[in-house]
Design a protein around this ligand. Structure first.
Ligand SMILES: [Cu+2]
Length: 126
């Protein structure tokens, strides 16, 4: 009898805009404690953080740098995101080592940093 290998989860690519207002989805809608990002367990997830400041904003000259951290201390950081380098990505396997949740936050003193402290990335067991 032949057993099929468990199908590999398709890789997931997510774009998150970073602005003085907070973390936003591609349509410009804010993430919050109630509106979290969900990623499928065991999928290789690439999150691209995009510089999302409006050209009219004071924060347009600002720089962000995003860390993603899980409850067990695992952490990855993007490069600097600013007007001359508008995106930076990080890639990880969702739920690796039993992780269930991650949070993303800006590690620089930026305009709007109080809104960039807690993007929840929830691992969904699908
Ligand atoms: Cu920032």
């Amino acid at each position: 009898m032949v057993y099929a290998a468990a199908p590999e989860k398709a890789p997931v690519e997510i774009k998150v805009r970073v602005s003085e207002k907070g973390f936003l989805d591609e349509k410009g809608k804010l993430y919050s404690a109630k509106r979290v990002l969900t990623v499928p367990k065991d999928a290789v997830v690439t999150i691209t953080f995009l510089f999302g400041e409006d050209l009219t904003s004071l924060a347009v000259g600002d720089t962000h740098q995003i860390a993603v951290k899980s409850e067990d201390g695992w952490k990855q950081e993007t490069g600097s995101i600013w007007i001359m380098n508008r995106e930076s990505s990080l890639t990880f396997r969702a739920g690796e080592n039993g992780r269930t949740q991650y949070r993303a936050y800006c590690i620089l003193d930026c305009i709007g940093m109080e809104h960039l402290t807690n993007l929840i990335i929830q691992v969904a067991a699908t």
